[in-house]
Design a protein around this ligand. Sequence first.
Ligand SMILES: NC(=O)c1ccc[n+]([C@@H]2O[C@H](COP(=O)([O-])OP(=O)(O)OC[C@H]3O[C@@H](n4cnc5c(N)ncnc54)[C@H](OP(=O)(O)O)[C@@H]3O)[C@@H](O)[C@H]2O)c1
Length: 436
Amino acid sequence: MIYFVTGITGTVVPVVVEDLMKKDPDAAFYFAIRKDKKGNGIQARFESVVDSLDLDIPTRRKLAERSRLVEINVEKERLGIDPKLYSEIIEKTEKILHGAADVRFDQPYEKIRISNVVFSQKIYDLFDSIKQHRETYAKNKPTLYYISTGYAYGIHKKPIPEDFPEFHPGKPDNTYAQTKAEAKIFMLDKINRCKDSIVIFEPTIIGGSARTGRTKTYNLHYIVMMLGYMGKLPFLTAPENQLDIVPVDWVAAVISDIMAGDQYHQGVVRLASGAGGVPVKTLHDVGYNYYVTHDPVPGHVIPKIRFVPCWFFYSMINVQKIFYQAMYFCTRQKRFRKMAKGISLLEGYFPYITRSKVFENSRSMELIQKYTNCSSAPTMQDIRDKDGQVIQKGYFGKILADTLETGWGGMVDFKRLEKKTAEYKSPQAALISSRK
Ligand SMILES: NC(=O)c1ccc[n+]([C@@H]2O[C@H](COP(=O)([O-])OP(=O)(O)OC[C@H]3O[C@@H](n4cnc5c(N)ncnc54)[C@H](OP(=O)(O)O)[C@@H]3O)[C@@H](O)[C@H]2O)c1
């Protein structure tokens, strides 16, 4: 099968490609890729992705041999692809996986719309040309697999329904959710009106691998856990709210089974843990206990987070933001601007924690059971038994271990924290000994 793939430099798509290499013996790829901001070219970027894949060396070599890189610029006509290459892609591609998106929560609407809506529309145009080409030559129909998000549903007081072929999103939590909802409406319209073969995947929050605990990006719950570890999050709210976290390897296994299986070609598959979401308080307790017992920094004290009412929590956040903005205004010190920006970024994350998001998933579980070799998302949390005791299932241990092994992917410098902790401790020690 020949695939046209976007998002190969991201978190999810490389794991899907790893799986496709194992499940489809004839897999060959066009990878749509752009230069990065540091000036790394597409070849270098692709090579570093291939090096990072969990594949043996012969399979990596095979992947490299079967891959053609396509430099793209979303803002240009036909994605800026050279016309000759564009025609070749139309002639050869059988399936498209569109997994690229701007997943930041703090971007202005007009900017993020380009990566999340315009990009999807241009991918559809390519799909449409492939479809017409294959019709003309009586070849089997192509399929477009689009990765959306459960959070495209925005604010929903009730459990979020599986309402395909309909879709009634609530008020969006941020511009990411807003633009992902727009792109989903666009794709759904193509399914409903044009009867196109489009499969929309709807993962919820994607966490580290259930097998290894590893992740490539540390955002959302990882940031909250990091702030807790660093003692920079004294308050949190909504302890009973559930976070629907699904492991990246399970998400990739479902997507790749459906793509390589080639049996399911139209509809929406939600990738959620459903009723098995983890309550914020459980995540806090398990994380707190783990970090206290495995802290690599001697003497570092991790304060417990206090759960407070929502109004109080948001007032504290606002006060802090205004304080840092005022400090920046008065002193022009960059660190204050950085702190204010950090809080704005967190404000994008908080709705995921403070607003109830429970995802129905029984319809999708039926599809997953029918069309894949996967069962429900592996146990995503240490669960509580009927007496309220936490039963260890292992997943948390793995993801928490990964955060300490990697320092949240380099965001926390344990050596520096150790130095700071020692500096902070020593004046106290000096004071105590002088009192003696
Ligand atoms: N991560 C989650 O928790 C989660 C949850 C639900 C759904 N999803 C969906 O899953 C998909 C993959 O997410 P992810 O976590 O893997 O995201 P990610 O790690 O941020 O990767 C995003 C990918 O999209 C590419 N991209 C974004 N804008 C682009 C543009 N304008 N032109 C070309 N390439 C562009 C990026 O390329 P560069 O490297 O060049 O920037 C990167 O390869 C997305 O559709 C996302 O909405 C993710």
